[in-house]
Design a binder for this molecule. Structure first.
Ligand SMILES: NC(=O)c1ccc[n+]([C@@H]2O[C@H](COP(=O)([O-])OP(=O)(O)OC[C@H]3O[C@@H](n4cnc5c(N)ncnc54)[C@H](OP(=O)(O)O)[C@@H]3O)[C@@H](O)[C@H]2O)c1
Length: 225
């Protein structure tokens, strides 16, 4: 498959690396490829250019160029900037495509838990679907830390539950197949249309507080019925 991933952070890198190693043709999109490749992290963490050394088959391109000809596009951008980033990708590259949205619209604030910039009566998934009505948006993977996305069985206690939301049944089936067959997810709950993305997005208010309490992002929640 030809897959474009918008986002050079932990999620973009995790998904791009895994999908590339699984034999897919992956391109990563960024605001400015030259600038991103020359950037050094102020906190001393490896930048995209250090990550890219291990993945010479994963080109980094500006958003619209990265998405050209992609069959599937994965949004892994900063949630409050996702509409802006996807607008740069452009409707022409999104129309008719499966658009997997992993983002959370967190507004970060110093010394306090992040707040959701969209909640209750709307969600980022819905905003993206409204902005790009011909894209086939499927919200998923936003409720787990990036390492779980491609390795859901990493904890001996078992896999977390993962959710999918979207209006297009075929797109959801395709994404569920990717979650199962490529990433290894077992407990997948189809919540319904894209308005149900409000649930997994608002769930993240709990997630960040659990992270604060257990001091590791490597935890998950399983649905028990
Ligand atoms: N980290 C996790 O474990 C995790 C888990 C689940 C969901 N998520 C969600 O997945 C998304 C990606 O998370 P992340 O941790 O990988 O990275 P992030 O730091 O949240 O986002 C980084 C990406 O956002 C892009 N971006 C586009 N426009 C931007 C702007 N105006 N200002 C700032 N950044 C902009 C950046 O572009 P450039 O490439 O140009 O810098 C970069 O590619 C987020 O929405 C996050 O909430 C994260």
């Amino acid at each position: 498959m030809k897959i474009a991933i918008t986002g050079t952070g932990m999620v973009g890198r995790t998904l791009a690396g895994f999908l590339s190693r699984a034999g897919h043709s992956v391109t990563v999109g960024t605001r400015n490829a030259i600038e991103t490749m020359s950037r050094t992290d102020p906190n001393g963490k490896p930048g995209f250019k250090e990550w890219a050394v291990d993945f010479p088959n994963v080109p980094l391109k500006d958003y619209s160029e990265a998405a050209e000809g992609a069959e599937i596009i994965i949004n892994a951008t900063h949630g409050v900037k996702s509409i802006e980033a996807l607008s740069t990708v452009g409707s022409a590259n999104l129309d008719g495509k499966v658009l997997i949205d992993t983002a959370n619209a967190f507004a970060y604030q110093e010394g306090a838990a992040p707040v959701l910039a969209v909640a209750n009566t709307d969600s980022l998934g819905e905003q993206i679907q409204r902005q790009f009505p011909k894209a086939r948006v499927v919200k998923t993977l936003n409720t787990v830390g990036a390492p779980f996305m491609v390795d859901p069985g990493r904890l001996p206690e078992g896999q977390p539950t993962i959710f999918v939301s979207g209006n297009d049944g075929d797109a959801k089936s395709q994404v569920i197949q990717i979650l199962k067959d490529l990433f290894g997810w077992e407990d997948i709950v189809d919540l319904g249309d894209i308005t149900t993305a409000r649930g997994p997005e608002m769930f993240m208010s709990l997630w960040v507080r659990v992270w604060g309490a257990v001091k590791t992002p490597l935890f998950g929640f399983r649905l028990l019925k």
